[in-house]
Design a binder for this molecule. Structure first.
Ligand code: HEM
Length: 154
């Protein structure tokens, strides 16, 4: 009888459990900050385009917005770390956000020093990473907690 009961339990029963979610304020905070960060980087490109067309006031706006990009990068990194631990979500976004947070000061320095050969490709790398993180944060699987460890069998 015991053997029959055991056989009826699917081998991947744990995988079929409904996913539990990271707390909603944390999910929404991370989602909103990631989205705002991507928009701020996009606005940076728009300011750059304007001042390269001769509107030199926009260089000031480009500088001021670089501080916004930096602040949002730090905020998303802090949130992504909490999302991972103790939040229970995936850990890789925290690493990706940390990479962005390290890249942005380099981006600001390369802008101030006018090292355009570094500045433009690094801007694209920051934008690509930020966009991927934002797309991830709007997917239906976003916010799922890591699978609980399988119970020990004796
Ligand atoms: C994460 C995005 C970006 C950040 C944080 C950033 C930051 C900066 C900063 C702080 C400066 C110096 C401003 C000043 O001296 O007052 C600068 C200059 C500049 N940036 Fe950016 N930037 C970003 C994206 C871009 C993009 C996408 C482009 C172009 C496609 C661009 C092109 C330039 C150029 C051409 C300069 C000025 C060079 C000069 O004065 O000769 N930047 N940037």
């Amino acid at each position: 009888m015991d053997q029959v009961a055991t056989a009826q339990v699917p081998a991947n029963a744990a995988a079929e459990q409904p996913a539990t979610l990271v707390a909603w304020p944390l999910r929404w905070a991370l989602r909103v900050v990631l989205t705002a960060h991507t928009l701020a980087v996009l606005v940076q490109a728009a300011f750059a385009g304007r001042f390269m067309s001769g509107d030199f006031e926009m260089l000031r706006a480009h500088f001021v917005n670089s501080q916004v990009v930096g602040a949002l990068g730090l905020a998303e990194t802090a949130l992504a770390v909490v999302y991972w631990r103790p939040g229970g979500g995936r850990g890789w976004p925290a690493l990706a956000c940390l990479g962005v947070s390290i890249a942005v000061p380099l981006q600001i320095a390369s802008g101030i020093e006018r090292v355009i050969g570094v500045h433009v490709p690094l801007a694209l790398a920051i934008f690509a990473t930020s966009t991927l993180l934002t797309v991830w944060s709007w997917r239906s699987t976003f916010g799922q907690r890591r699978a609980a460890a399988a119970p020990e069998t004796t």
